[in-house]
Design a protein around this ligand. Structure first.
Ligand SMILES: Cc1cc2nc3c(=O)[nH]c(=O)nc-3n(C[C@H](O)[C@H](O)[C@H](O)COP(=O)(O)O)c2cc1C
Length: 178
């Protein structure tokens, strides 16, 4: 069951959980692929409420979002999701079916084709309205050195050669899976 949620009542919770890790999930051709993130923003542009996720270009999730233009954000309401966040933050959907391996429960989407995940029940449904690759020359040199030292290839989860694409997802629905 999906309980409608006023997202403004959840902002503190979302930010608190984001710091520890939440999921961004994409889907293509029947494959549902969650990935752990701890960078993100909720804000307003063009009078739309937007979740922005920052994804390195080499991630499988990057390819899925770029090709489908949709994702869900899956936020835990409890603290006991360390195993899920660890697995989804270190394995690639190119190699494993993370949903199957973890036995996660999917909940059909409302406004997007991508499902929510019952174990991380607070769900934002997002449609990409803008995307842009971050420009290395426009960031402090210190960040280039810290986050992009170019010594781990892009097929490793600790990849550091690829820069981040900002995907701006308009939040078209928000609910709690019960
Ligand atoms: C706590 C945590 C936070 C992460 N945050 C991000 C992030 O914001 N952006 C990103 O590109 N990768 C991030 N990662 C790495 C991806 O989750 C990881 O590389 C994942 O295996 C990619 O999955 P995929 O290949 O199926 O897309 C994070 C990993 C962890 C453990």
């Amino acid at each position: 069951m999906k309980k409608p949620v006023d997202i403004y009542t959840q902002m503190n919770h979302i930010h608190k959980m984001l710091k520890k890790g939440i999921l961004v999930t994409a889907q293509q051709g029947g494959q549902v692929n969650p990935m752990t993130i701890s960078w993100g923003n909720i804000g307003i542009e063009w009078n739309r409420l937007i979740f922005t996720t920052y994804i390195r270009t080499g991630r499988y999730t990057h390819k899925l979002i770029e090709e489908t233009g949709e994702f869900t954000v899956n936020i835990p309401m409890t603290e006991n999701v360390g195993k899920i966040l660890g697995f989804c933050g270190s394995k690639s959907g190119r190699d494993v079916d993370k949903i199957k391996e973890l036995g996660l429960t999917l909940e059909e989407g409302r406004q997007v084709k991508v499902p929510g995940i019952k174990e991380l029940p607070l769900t934002l449904e997002c449609k990409v309205i803008y995307q842009q690759l971050q420009d290395p020359d426009a960031m402090p040199a210190q960040f280039r050195e810290e986050f992009y030292p170019q010594n781990v290839a892009s097929d490793y989860h600790s990849a550091n050669q690829d820069y981040h694409t900002m995907f701006f997802g308009e939040i078209v629905d928000c609910f709690l899976i019960e």
